[in-house]
Ligand binder design. Structure first.
Ligand code: ADP
Length: 302
C-alpha cells in the first residue's frame, strides 16, 4: 500500500524547547486520519512540517515521496486548511474562486461553486461577513477544488457549533469519498472525529503516543468490569497491559490492551469508544501503542 506521509525521527525546536520530537509515523494512502492531542502537543507543528511551512530541526518528512520544504511542485498535489480557515475577508466567494483559478493549474471551479451553492453559501456577501461555519465550508471547498491527493486540515471544526461541526465533517467526507483523497485532520476533540476517521495519531507532549488503524486499536482494547481487585493482583489472562483503572468498594473497571481473549468468567467485557481509548492514553503519558514488533505481532500501520 502506498504511503502519503512518512516521518522518521522528525523534530522541530523553538529555542531549547521541542515542539515536536522523535516523530516516526507512516500514513497509508486513502486513509482519513485523526491527529489528536491536547493543546500544545505539536499537531500544528507536524502539519506545518508536512506542508513545507516549517523546516525540520531533526529527522525527515516525506509527503507523496517528496520533501515538502524543498519541493514547491508538491503544493499542486496537496490541500491545506490552516486553523480558523483564513480567507481574505473582503473577497466574495466568486472573487476567491477566480483567484484560485489563477493560482492553481489543476482547479475545479465548477465543483467548488456547485458545492457552495448546494450548501446555500451567499455568493454576494464578503466572506468576512459569513458565519464561522460558512467560512469553514468555503475554505474546505477551495481546498477540495485543487483536487488534492492529500488534504490536511488544522482544527477545522474547533470554532464551530455542534450542528455546523457535523455538517462540515459530512461535507468533508462527501468531498473526498469519490477521489480516494488521503486526509489528515487535527483536533483536540476526538468525539467529533470518531465517525469519520479510520486512522489515529495521538500526539502528547511533542511525541507520538498512539498510532494505528482505528479498527485495529478498538479490537485490541476492552473495558473489563469485575470484582474489586487488590493493587498487586495479577491481571486476568489475555490482558497485555492495564491502561487505566478505577474502583468502587466492590468493583473494579479496567481499560486494557489485550493480547488474547479474556475468558475469565469473573470479568465482564465491553467494547469501548475511540474517545474512551484516546482519553485513557492521554491520562497516562507513559502508556502508548506504536507500530513495529508488538506483543500481538500486529502491524498497526497496514
Ligand atoms: P498544537 O497544535 O498541538 O496545539 P503546536 O504545534 O501549535 O501544538 O505547538 C507545540 C509546542 O510548540 C507548544 O508548546 C507551543 O507553545 C510551541 N510553539 C509553537 N509555535 C511556536 C513558535 N512560533 N515559537 C515558539 N514556540 C512555539
Amino acid at each position: 500500500m502506498s504511503t502519503v506521509l512518512e516521518t522518521t525521527g522528525l523534530g522541530k525546536r523553538y529555542g531549547g524547547t521541542w515542539a515536536l520530537r522523535d516523530c516516526t509515523l507512516r500514513l497509508p494512502a486513502g486513509r482519513v486520519a485523526a491527529l489528536v492531542g491536547p493543546n500544545g502537543a505539536g499537531k500544528t507543528t507536524l502539519l506545518h512540517l508536512a506542508v513545507g511551512l516549517l523546516r525540520p530541526d531533526a529527522g525527515t518528512v516525506q509527503v507523496l515521496g517528496r520533501t515538502p520544504a524543498a519541493d514547491s511542485g508538491l503544493l499542486t498535489r496537496i490541500g491545506f486548511v490552516a486553523q480558523d480557515s483564513p480567507l481574505y475577508p473582503d473577497f466574495t466567494v466568486p472573487d476567491l474562486l477566480k483567484m484560485g483559478q489563477k493560482l492553481n493549474q489543476r482547479w475545479d471551479s465548477e465543483f467548488a461553486s456547485a458545492r457552495l451553492e448546494r450548501l446555500r453559501i451567499p455568493f454576494d456577501r464578503k466572506v468576512g461577513k459569513l458565519s464561522g461555519g460558512q467560512r469553514a465550508q468555503v475554505a474546505l471547498a477551495l481546498a477540495l477544488a485543487k483536487r488534492p491527493e492529500f488534504l490536511l486540515l488544522d482544527e477545522p471544526v474547533a470554532s464551530l457549533d455542534p450542528l455546523a461541526r457535523r455538517e462540515f465533517l459530512q461535507a468533508l467526507m462527501g468531498g473526498v469519498a469519490d477521489d480516494g483523497t488521503t486526509v489528515l485532520l487535527s483536533s483536540h476533540l476526538v468525539a467529533d472525529l470518531e465517525r469519520v476517521c479510520d486512522y489515529l495519531i495521538v500526539l502528547q507532549e511533542s511525541r507520538v503516543q498512539v498510532l494505528g488503524s482505528v479498527d485495529d486499536l478498538l479490537a485490541e482494547h476492552q473495558v473489563l468490569i469485575g470484582p474489586r481487585r487488590a493493587a498487586a493482583q495479577a491481571s486476568p489472562a489475555g490482558v497485555a497491559s492495564v491502561i487505566r483503572e478505577s474502583h468502587t468498594d466492590k468493583q473494579s473497571t479496567l481499560l486494557v490492551r489485550t493480547n488474547g481473549p479474556i475468558l475469565d468468567p469473573a470479568w465482564t467485557t465491553r467494547d469501548l469508544s475511540l474517545e474512551d481509548l484516546v482519553l485513557a492514553y492521554l491520562a497516562d503519558p507513559s502508556a502508548g501503542v506504536l507500530p513495529g514488533p508488538s506483543p500481538l505481532g500486529m502491524d498497526l500501520t497496514s
